[in-house]
Design a protein around this ligand. Structure first.
Ligand SMILES: [Zn+2]
Length: 343
């Protein structure tokens, strides 16, 4: 269905159909401090605290890392983290796409061969006479944008009393005249006594098909409204055709330019940063929890020892195989034997 692209009247003022969107996002998260954090309601720290047990885990290359925790956290669910990341990505990419669409607009010409395109001038009042220049301007507009321009001039009596306002009339005229959504109709209404009046209070309304979007967005629509209004205000009824020609000429020169709205792009960058931070937070959380779960409880005074085969360190009582080379570790002392039975 077509929608109003804006309009105005000789009395001044133009209204725009664009309603601004606003999006807000709030982010709150708890960040863990370097040395102490919480996993599965368990306090975990790099340094000893009251009531803590000592744990050890080995890095991917066999490095030894100690942890203190009051109990061993349960194993984190990878699927939960993945679901959180998926939901997060779904919303983040949705908002990002929306903001980029608003912030960076690259107009694309419509393919005028795919629908009954052409220029339309319907002067039901007879103020335009024969205006070859206006026809040329409309044709240029069509050639450049692929959107079919239409200009309709009617007397107020045609619609007043039958329709609530000019916008409703223009809407129904669009549906009556065109079967597609690729036209841009400008309906200008003149008072019935325009011929005798000194001050002709015309009004007009633009009605644009929804399929015109690739070529025109709301910014273009506002610019169009402003341009038509500006040139119509410079003319009287007899030079209305010239005003329209100049308006289309002027609009046509700038209408297909790429639009950049920095505010939306900044907002998008902000959202992207928050998204990356949140992903990092959840992934990091999972890794920490996994590590804590895999850590092995050891005695407070457990000793480090070198592997007989590779020479790398391990903590006595924490492993049955060398974390570096995988060689079996002999339970050589009574102390470590005790530890094994405890595990
Ligand atoms: Zn080893």
């Amino acid at each position: 269905m077509p929608h109003s692209s804006g309009g105005g009247s000789h009395g001044g003022g133009s209204h725009s159909s664009y309603s601004s969107h606003s999006s807000r996002s709030s982010y709150s998260g708890s960040s863990s401090s370097g040395s102490s954090y919480s996993v599965d309601n368990t306090r975990v720290s790099r340094s000893y605290f009251e009531g803590a047990n000592k744990y050890v885990y080995y890095g991917p290359r066999g490095g030894i890392h100690y942890l203190y925790a009051d109990r061993k956290p349960t194993e984190p669910e990878l699927s939960v983290t993945i679901i959180i990341l998926l939901i997060l990505s779904f919303f983040a990419w949705g908002i990002l796409w929306f903001l980029l669409e608003l912030g960076l607009y690259i107009p694309r010409k419509l393919d005028a061969t795919t629908y009954p395109s052409g220029i339309t001038i319907l002067d039901e009042v007879g103020v335009l006479s024969s205006n070859q220049e206006l026809e040329n301007a409309l044709q240029q507009f069509l050639d450049k944008t692929g959107v079919s321009p239409a200009v309709q001039i009617v007397e107020e009596s045609t619609w007043k009393g039958y329709y609530t306002d000019l916008e409703t009339f223009a809407y129904s005229e669009y549906l009556r005249l065109f079967d597609d959504e690729k036209h841009w109709l400008v309906t200008i209404s003149l008072p019935s006594d325009y011929n005798h009046a000194e001050f002709v209070d015309w009004q007009w309304e633009g009605m644009i098909g929804d399929d015109c979007y690739p070529a025109f967005n709301h910014v273009s629509e506002d610019l169009f409204t402003e341009t038509i209004q500006r040139y119509l205000l410079r003319t009287d009824v007899n030079t209305m055709g010239d005003g329209l020609r100049q308006a289309y000429d002027s609009f046509q020169k700038v209408c297909m330019e790429r639009q950049v709205e920095v505010l939306y792009l900044i907002l998008a960058a902000g959202i992207a940063s928050v998204y990356v931070l949140l992903c990092w937070y959840f992934i990091n959380d999972y890794i920490k929890a996994k590590r804590c779960h895999s850590a092995v409880r050891i005695g407070k005074n457990a000793k480090e020892k070198n592997c007989e085969y590779c020479g790398n360190l391990y903590v006595v009582g924490s492993v049955k195989q060398c974390p570096s080379c995988g060689a079996p570790i002999k339970a050589s002392t009574e102390e470590s034997k005790k530890k094994f039975t405890m595990e």
